[in-house]
Design a protein around this ligand. Structure first.
Ligand code: FDA
Length: 305
């Protein structure tokens, strides 16, 4: 409830200007965002690699309003891939892309054009030896996003897909995607969704998460268990006992539960989602909405400043 309210307020232009315009926001933002540019992104990948942890890199940006911005997104990721390749940092790492940053929302032709751009990025990533996972945005985009993932997988079968357990439809999607070779990042969902399409109660979202995870494992998919929920992490570890090594991986967000990331990395593949770039507002708002304590911390930092 609090999270939904906060995401609603965050959508207000005045609030956006206030938060992004204040230099006082930066220290708090930097807890969740690796930095402004590819230097910072490469630095974060190196630090994680030293701890035995892989990365998936997100060049921040979403909901673009002009096709030129989609081209900038492609160029930005291409720079990143070049930089990773130049530093020998490609092995085992991945990029995460948002179709709304590739023009999915730009008119009736948007989904097709975004798929073409995603295909181009997948080609460049494959040439560098890097996997791609397509992030999932709000429920209105799920159908188009799944169609794009299917199209990408025809040429790049390792393309990852994200499913959100908060959506009522997701158990069915999980069963559809539960087959060998299918890389699926399972998350709870970070968007403000109406009760017609999403479970309003957190307990139901959590239970659905476990049902989806079981479906993915039973079907022989490769679940990317993306959560900081320690009860689910413990249950997932239990489910993975007895399965061959490499049946799944754990994923967490940059700046959240670093100790648990290191603990898990002693036994499992762990990947951290590393966002970088200057367009951090949408990502940052979702992180605040997930946890009231983050908002209190942010508010205190503004007052103290
Ligand atoms: P839950 O919200 O129950 O949190 C469990 C515990 O984790 C909390 O009690 C707290 O201790 C800690 N925690 C959670 N969030 C925190 C925060 N922001 N700050 C500090 N501590 C926090 N969503 C989406 O809709 N589309 C997507 O493509 C993705 N992609 C994605 C990739 C990866 C790698 C991860 C880990 C997550 C996403 N998400 C996402 C976000 C996801 O949907 C969800 O909003 C967050 O992971 C928070 O949910 P938890 O599963 O951690 O559980």
């Amino acid at each position: 409830m609090f999270g939904q309210l906060l995401l609603g307020v965050a959508g207000n232009d005045g609030v956006r200007r206030l938060v992004t315009g204040s230099t006082l926001s930066r220290p708090v933002v930097s807890r969740f965002v690796a930095g402004d540019d590819v230097d910072a992104a490469a630095g974060a990948v190196r630090d994680l690699a030293a701890q035995g942890i892989a990365a998936t890199l997100d060049r921040l940006g979403e909901d673009i309003t002009a096709p030129e911005q989609a081209d900038e997104t492609v160029a930005g990721y291409t720079d990143l891939l070049d930089r990773l390749a130049g530093e020998g940092l490609t092995g085992g790492n991945e990029i995460s892309i948002k179709l709304s940053a590739l023009g999915q929302g730009l008119g009736p032709d948007g989904p097709r054009r975004a798929t073409e751009r995603a295909h181009l990025l997948a080609e460049r990533a494959a040439a560098a030896g890097v996997d791609v996972t397509v992030d999932m945005e709000d429920h209105t985009r799920v159908e188009d996003t799944l169609a794009t993932v299917r199209a990408l997988r025809a040429d790049f079968p390792r393309t990852g897909c994200v499913l959100q357990s908060m959506l009522r439809r997701t158990e069915g999607d999980a069963r559809d995607l539960a087959h060998p070779g299918s890389r699926v990042r399972l998350v709870k969902g970070a968007y403000n969704e109406p009760p017609e399409v999403a479970y309003p109660a957190k307990a139901d979202v959590d239970k659905a998460y476990v049902r989806c995870l079981r479906a993915l494992l039973d079907g022989g998919a490769y679940p990317m268990i993306a959560t900081h929920d320690l009860r689910i992490v413990a249950l997932a570890e239990e489910l993975l006992r007895g399965k061959p090594a490499g049946s799944a991986e754990f994923q967490m967000l940059y700046g959240i539960r670093a100790g648990e990331q290191q603990r898990l990395a002693r036994e499992h593949t762990v990947r951290v989602y590393v966002p970088y770039g200057t367009d951090w507002y949408g990502y940052f708002s979702r992180r605040l909405a997930e946890r009231p304590a983050n908002l209190a911390f942010f508010a205190r930092s503004l007052v103290a400043g």
